[in-house]
Design a protein around this ligand. Structure first.
Ligand code: ZN
Length: 151
């Protein structure tokens, strides 16, 4: 699926030669005159946008993978188109990926907490949250008193 994004206007095709079935992606880039050096927005194993620059630096090529499988090729014919494309779309992919890495770090920390402290990170005990624990004890005590008073 090939598109052109020309200064904010989407077109349904592009002027680049087709990528052959058995052709290596880096061979393809070199054949169409693009450098294999890329900037990546997004996550390696999730949604991501890769951007390549033509050898003369005049145009750009974005390979967009929104879900981790299907890839959309977008020709960005000049620098203003590149800038608009990054502003409109690439930043969204970046922030999505930073959410993803934060979630991964959080999961890892929770595993460590459980391992070294002995209970899940989402519950508390007098050791890891003394103030919160005291608060719990106090509310429980108050509830008990109220129940006694009403019975
Ligand atoms: Zn604890």
């Amino acid at each position: 699926m090939r598109f052109t994004f020309n200064r904010g206007i989407w077109e349904d095709s592009n002027s680049l030669p087709e990528w052959q079935d058995n052709e290596d992606f880096s061979d393809y880039l070199m054949r169409i005159g693009y450098s294999t050096v890329k900037s990546i927005f997004g996550h390696e194993h999730g949604s991501q946008i890769e951007i390549y620059e033509s050898s003369d630096g005049r145009s750009f090529y974005a390979s967009v993978c929104p879900s981790g499988s299907a890839v959309y090729e977008v020709l960005l014919p000049d620098f203003p188109s590149l800038m608009m494309f990054i502003r409109e779309y690439a930043t969204a992919f970046s922030s999505e990926s930073s959410n993803f890495s934060q979630q991964e770090i959080l999961n890892l920390l929770e595993k460590f907490f459980q391992l070294y402290h002995g209970h899940p990170a989402r519950s508390i005990c007098p050791k890891c949250d003394p103030a919160g624990w005291e608060e719990n004890v106090r509310t429980r005590e108050e509830r008990r008193k109220k129940r006694k008073a009403t019975s």
